[in-house]
Ligand binder design. Structure first.
Ligand SMILES: [Zn+2]
Length: 590
């Protein structure tokens, strides 16, 4: 590990860093637990050791330090993980922390694109305040957006010009970078080359889209034109090195704290809905931007909560995207409830016309996903004919199979049968079968280490010089008489630990399953063992080893007697006597 990485590791608090991704709860003097971000689960088996600064999942067995966590969750290599942790902790990066020139160039390019978006955002805000922005201000006032709200979401206005923004930004970056930013368009020329850049967004209200850290990476732009010239009502930034539509959740940067506190996320479709609801004090709200959820978005959200209340538009298109999102979230183990507002209102209008208390009451009245889907099946296939019932059931079966918990599947199937009025035994059996299929989530692995093995491991992992004697007793025993310990399950870890210098114990054990044994043991530890505990553990391990060999010898002796093999019998008896002697010696005081 480089000096820089070492410095970062010393200054970073793994609990704080991990809390930036998932919710943790204090579970002991030095432990925190939460839902594992690396496998699907409903009860927490992911633990973080605050003192020793490592994480371990009892469910899927992953473990490691702060860099390994960030590397895994961000899907990046070690140098990038170090960089990310350094940034989170406000530690300035040294000039060279990139593994390759391409990586360095990529990082420079992203930094430049962020700079361009920041400058564009500020400029759009300025335009909104200026004389040309009057028409946009009027529109926003009509949507009930206050000056504070406009400021909080950095809403702006792109004037009716093909080159105003280009002129503004052209001094900041070369043509290629400006083109990559997605803020400009150009037309393909006759010879196949791209023509000059012109402003992509014109005469539109500009809503910045921020990444999870609150940096602007793209825009949604609403037209203020009417008639033939208007074009699409909303246009978005294209995919750029900064922005990929399926990987962003609108407003997650502002909502994440509230999502953790309230332990659920409110999911709406439109950005305007999201802003409107947020500004009225319901701050755990995020938006999908009108399309069905992607797996990346699910992964993004899972770091903060596994409970969602979805409030989608009641129109057909909305209901379709909603059904897809509901299906995906269910499959991913989320608990999801669905709100349908009266009179087909969208969240923005509902909260403006009926007020916050009415809206929160509607949220409290959210239906379970099963109720929502059954209701939808009844609307799609109304009537009491058995043909309609079969269609409704066929619509529900895949949803039932997708639910990760068997209990909820059983309940869902029972509800569906009852509410659809299915009394045919055949259909009931079909539903029951759907509920049976699908494996429940990973079983918890249990440690199979004996108490004495755990004492040794803990002693070997001691870092405090005050407890040096206990550590030395353990490492000497293992270094001097490895044959007495090699039958132990955690022996490879013990050997690695016995030889370590001043290193972090979790870093010394390279084998993942051995590291998992160590992690489990350390997470269960209250305080390190004393020298006496270590010595008696060593003695017990030796005794048990001898007792095992005595047992083997007794069996061999009995076998030799049966065969009448007196030569063999003499050798074995001699060995047994020797063992008895060793065992007696062991029992003598130290
Ligand atoms: Zn896990």
């Amino acid at each position: 590990m480089s000096d820089f990485a070492q410095t970062v590791k010393q200054q970073a608090d793994i609990v704080k860093v991990i809390e930036g991704y998932i919710r943790l709860r204090k579970a002991g003097a030095q432990n925190y637990t939460g839902l594992c971000p690396f496998h699907k689960e409903k009860s927490p088996s992911f633990s973080v050791h605050a003192v020793r600064q490592f994480y371990h999942c009892f469910g899927c067995g992953v473990s490691g330090d702060v860099f390994s966590f960030v590397g895994k969750i961000e899907n990046v290599g070690f140098p990038e993980a170090v960089r990310i942790v350094a940034q989170k902790c406000g530690i300035p990066l040294p000039k060279r922390e990139f593994s390759s020139p391409e990586e360095a160039a990529g990082a420079r390019q992203r930094a430049k694109l962020l700079e361009l978006h920041e400058a564009a955002t500020a400029w759009f805000q300025e335009q909104l305040r200026g004389p040309e922005g009057a028409v946009a201000r009027e529109y926003l006032a009509g949507r009930g957006l206050s000056a504070d709200g406009i400021k909080a979401f950095r809403v702006g206005y792109s004037p009716d010009s093909f080159n105003a923004l280009r002129e503004r930004l052209s001094g900041m970056a070369d043509q290629e970078t400006l083109r990559l930013s997605g803020l400009f368009s150009s037309k393909e020329q006759g010879d196949g080359s791209m023509g000059p850049l012109y402003d992509r967004f014109r005469k539109r209200v500009m809503f910045p889209i921020a990444n999870e850290s609150g940096r602007v990476i793209a825009f949604t732009a609403r037209t203020l034109e009417t008639g033939d010239k208007a074009g699409p009502k909303y246009i978005n930034s294209p995919e750029t090195p900064l922005y990929s539509k399926g990987q962003v959740l609108f407003n997650l940067d502002k909502a994440r704290t509230a999502i953790r506190q309230m332990e659920f996320a409110l999911l709406v479709e439109g950005q305007m809905d999201c802003i409107s609801v947020f500004l009225r004090g319901i701050q755990n709200v995020i938006a999908t931007s009108g399309t069905a959820f992607t797996e990346q978005q699910v992964a993004l959200l899972r770091r903060h909560t596994s409970q969602v209340v979805a409030n989608f538009d009641p129109d057909a298109a909305g209901a379709n995207a909603a059904a897809k999102t509901v299906a995906l979230l269910t499959e991913e183990g989320f608990t999801i409830k669905i709100v349908t507002l009266d009179d087909g209102l969208d969240p923005d209008r509902y909260i403006r016309e009926r007020g916050v208390p009415a809206y929160t009451a509607a949220l409290r009245g959210a239906r379970s996903q099963a109720d929502f889907l059954i209701e939808r099946a009844r609307q799609m296939f109304p009537g009491q004919s058995s043909e309609q019932k079969v269609k409704a059931m066929n619509y529900l079966l895949p949803h039932i199979r997708r639910m990760p918990q068997k209990l909820s599947r059983d309940q869902f199937a029972a509800d569906a049968a009852q509410k659809l009025g299915i009394d045919s035994a055949v259909l009931r059996e079909e539903l029951r079968q759907a509920a049976l299929r699908r494996q429940d989530h990973v079983e918890m692995r249990t440690s199979s280490l004996s108490e004495v093995e755990r004492v040794l491991l803990r002693a070997l992992a001691i870092d405090d010089p005050a407890d040096e004697e206990a550590r030395r007793a353990a490492s000497d025993a293992i270094e001097r008489q490895p044959d007495k310990f090699q039958h132990l399950r955690a022996f490879p870890a013990m050997q690695a630990l016995a030889r370590r210098q001043a290193n972090d114990p979790m870093n010394v054990v390279a084998d993942e399953s051995q590291r998992a044994l160590l992690a489990e043991t350390l997470l269960a530890e209250v305080k390190p063992p004393t020298e006496n505990e270590v010595l008696s553990a060593i003695q017990e391990i030796k005794e048990r080893g001898i007792e095992n060999r005595q047992r083997d010898l007794r069996a061999l002796i009995a076998e030799a007697e049966r065969r009448g093999d007196f030569a063999e019998l003499a050798v074995l008896t001699q060995q047994k006597l020797e063992l008895d002697r060793v065992l007696r010696q062991l029992h003598q005081p130290w």
